[in-house]
Design a protein around this ligand. Sequence first.
Ligand code: GRF
Length: 200
Amino acid sequence: CRIVVLISGSGSNLQAFIDTLHGRQANIVAVISNRDDAFGLERAARAGIPTAVLSHRAFADRASYDQALAALIDTHAPDLVILAGFMRILTAEFAHHYQGRLLNIHPSLLPKYPGLHTHQRALQAGDHEHGATVHFVTEELDGGPPILQSHVPVLSDDTPESLAERVRHTEHRLYPLAAMLYANGRLRLLDGRACLDGAP
Ligand code: GRF
């Protein structure tokens, strides 16, 4: 399974892919960032994975950036495209082009808290549990069919940072697991739903 990973920042999820999947069930054939200062680029380079930077600043609008991004991704002929902290809203055209082979991880128990500041919002709501969701990407922001979720408790003395760290720790197991299921043919998007092992 050929994987292209898109990042904008630290790339701790990318690191989890490198440590658990890369060169085994799957090959990360390229890491692409929209920012040249993303630390994840260094993680990729250290693992010997080709990197590319495509800055959105050079493009007039979202549509032209997404077209160029898709063209770049497709030179690597991926089976699966992984959004790992890629901080851009994608056009519907982009989502359609990769329908069924584009995954994202979001730091909340979707459908709760799409968008930003999820940890702060969970704390403010007084939630007792929080977590992360891996989902297929559709044109709806953080709205595509969920695949797997991790759950963590919210503790009484949590700050957004402590809660974020607890959630991120689970992401590093959850996200490679979803990709592994995909690579092994056990996960597909079927009729708009995530289908695991043939079970809807
Ligand atoms: C994670 O919190 C993930 O849920 C969100 O972006 C963050 C990426 O972190 N989509 P990292 O760059 O993988 O460390």
